[in-house]
Design a protein around this ligand. Structure first.
Ligand code: SAM
Length: 232
């Protein structure tokens, strides 16, 4: 992940992580073609001009718009899941092409994160997003929005159209959902949204959607709907 000004003909040294990946995983050599991830929505095709044990340099020769970004703008609002499940959700959401992820604290969220631990978690999740982009060949870095309580979010000025609350017990079938180009998806925690939270979201015009007859784990639900929405 370079995050710098890149253009055709830019020559640059790669950072430590990129060098390690080239040397130990890809066993790259001078002359090999690579695509640089800059997070700005472009593919930068480059050639390796120098590679040693701890350093590597490249020359960019093409800046192109990628063909692999999802045509849908999917924004995932995921209740913070326990243990390392949230890492998994974030990694899979990026692979599935979401545009943003907002970690949510809800009444039944079992995870309490004081400010300093939350800051470290956010930094950790940001790293997961970057490596999931690199692994899946995405060029646009999805946004990790500040973790927020559902109550606060509802009072903020988020744009609510086409919002969906995933509800295992009632709601329309995902197959009947109208086709939009943008979706905000709310996934509850292990214990689900409380009745008050569900009705608060419905008052914001959120549609309740059911993903079939079985109760999915919180880490499965977001992945499932991202997949179905893009397959319709
Ligand atoms: N005991 C909770 C309940 O009955 O609501 C189960 C919550 S489930 C483990 C976690 C979250 O995943 C839910 O709040 C919901 O957002 C989503 N979910 C799980 N299964 C679903 C389904 N079949 N349809 C829609 N959403 C589902």
């Amino acid at each position: 992940y370079q995050a710098c000004e890149l253009n055709v003909d830019t020559q640059m040294n790669l950072d430590e992580d990129a060098v390690r990946h080239l040397v130990t995983v890809l066993k790259s050599r001078v002359g090999d073609a690579i695509i640089l991830f800059n997070g700005d929505g472009y593919d930068y095709r480059a050639t390796i001009t120098h590679v040693a044990k701890r350093e590597a340099a490249v020359q960019v020769h093409e800046k192109a718009l990628p063909a692999n970004e999802s045509p849908l703008d999917i924004h995932l609002f995921q209740a913070v899941a326990r243990g390392d499940k949230m890492d998994w959700v974030i990694q899979k959401a990026v692979e599935m092409g979401v545009q943003s992820i907002t970690p949510l604290f809800t009444v039944r969220t079992g995870v309490k994160l004081p400010e300093d631990r939350l800051r470290k978690k956010m930094a950790h999740w940001q790293k997961i997003i970057i490596s999931a982009c690199e692994q899946s060949g995405r060029s646009r870095l999805p946004t990790l929005r500040q973790a927020i309580s559902l109550n606060e979010l509802v009072q903020s000025d988020i744009c609510w159209p086409h919002s969906i609350i995933l509800d295992p017990h009632h709601g329309q079938s995902i197959m009947r959902l109208p086709q939009y180009t943008q979706y905000n998806i709310f996934v509850g925690p292990e214990g689900g949204f409380s009745d008050e939270e569900s009705s608060m979201l419905r008052q914001q015009q959120c549609l309740s959607v059911q993903l079939g007859p079985r109760i999915l784990r919180t880490e499965t639900a977001g992945l499932a709907i991202c997949s179905v929405l893009q397959a319709r």
